[in-house]
Design a binder for this molecule. Structure first.
Ligand code: SF4
Length: 366
């Protein structure tokens, strides 16, 4: 299981109130939860469950599904029967869908309280949330900022996003509801950063971080890592999603790499590999890729190095538990920077993977 390595960092986490999404605590001193959202048609139960299973294997801890109609809301019952992580229903504009989602077992809903069609409808949604003990995520983004707030600020500035979020939160508080989590997303990394900083200084509800419409694998990873990385380093954020125009499983992988880089949480082996240079005499890209694929869903922490040459490889990777360095027709397997075994290149991958498996098994026993 994931282990917290907070003590290794200088991060002082902002203390927020804790809520529970299903059995996952969010906020307070709970681990920062990694989320994603399915991109299947929620009414297609088999496809949605299959995707959630893949996400969950990769470490996704809370999943959100879009609920576009009553059939999708009803599908939640059958989806929940087949998954183990908590499910949040994402709803826009329609109070009926929010209520139906909770009746069918959604463990959280994401709404904009101000756009559900008026105070009566919001009151019915909040009553259902109380009855089913379901927290509400107030999800504000650049496109959802109310007209009068937009007029006041001219653009969906960080201040505008925060004012919109707090106005929506007050609608819930007025109904005596406090099981709240807030997100305010912009597609601009620095706007997102400023908005969350401001919001965090003004309330102690748990925050869900994200940059919306962040982009593809490279652009989305960089944009999200800049905004979320800085926020998490400042101790802000209780749960997050890396949005990518990609298979959502990639979002989870990037999410854990982000947490690992900040020494906040560690999940699974860490792969370090050299960029290669003129000294490299093996097909290192292919070797690194195959090792990466092999360890994808393993939860045990282990530091693995894949290096291009024996000149610098073992030395550069001496912190690694196990590593391989390419040579001329051979590979050198090393452990903690010390030579362990020389293997012919054609057998290298198989032997190295077997050694990794053995070390993981050993780590599991301990
Ligand atoms: Fe170059 Fe060797 Fe360093 Fe890789 S480990 S970058 S091949 S010197």
């Amino acid at each position: 299981k994931s282990k917290s390595v907070y003590s290794r960092t200088m991060i002082t986490r902002k203390k927020t109130r804790q809520i529970k999404v299903g059995n996952v605590p969010v906020g307070g001193d709970a681990p920062i939860a990694v989320q994603s959202m399915t991109n299947t048609d929620t009414r297609d139960v088999a496809a949605t469950v299959a995707q959630i299973e893949r996400l969950s294997e990769a470490g996704c801890e809370i999943i959100r599904v879009a609920v576009l109609d009553l059939e999708a809301a009803a599908a939640i019952t059958r989806i929940r029967e087949q998954i183990t992580i908590p499910l949040i229903a994402d709803i826009h504009f329609d109070a009926r869908l929010a209520i139906a989602s909770m009746e069918h077992g959604a463990q959280g809903i994401r709404i904009n309280p101000g756009n559900l069609g008026g105070p009566d409808k919001l009151a019915r949604v909040v009553a259902a949330a109380k009855q089913h003990r379901v927290p509400i995520r107030v999800g504000v983004n650049s496109g959802s900022v109310e007209k009068d707030i937009l007029q006041k600020f001219g653009h969906p500035t960080p201040e505008a996003l925060v004012e919109s979020a707090l106005r929506n939160v007050q609608l819930l508080e007025a109904l005596d509801f406090d099981q709240i989590k807030i997100s305010l997303k912009s597609s601009d990394a620095l706007n997102t950063l400023e908005a969350y900083r401001l919001l965090s200084s003004q309330c102690d509800y748990p925050l869900h971080l994200g940059v919306t419409e962040a982009g593809g694998l490279i652009a989305g990873t960089v944009k999200s890592s800049v905004a979320l990385g800085i926020l998490l380093y400042e101790g802000i954020g209780d749960t997050f999603r890396i949005s990518l125009t990609r298979d959502p499983v990639e979002e989870i992988r990037v999410g854990y790499e982000l947490l690992r880089s900040l020494h906040i949480r560690e999940r699974g082996p860490e792969l370090i590999s050299c960029p290669t240079c003129g000294r490299c005499q093996v097909n290192l890209f292919s070797l690194a890729e195959q090792v990466e694929r092999h360890i994808q869903n393993i939860e045990t922490p282990l530091k693995i190095a894949v290096m291009g040459c024996v000149v610098n490889g073992p030395g550069e990777a001496k912190e690694a538990d196990i590593g391989v360095a390419g040579g001329h027709g051979v590979g050198i397997i090393f452990k903690k920077g010390q030579l362990y075994k020389k293997v012919a290149e054609d057998k290298l991958l198989a032997v190295f993977l077997a050694e990794i498996d053995a070390m993981i098994e050993e780590a599991r026993q301990n």
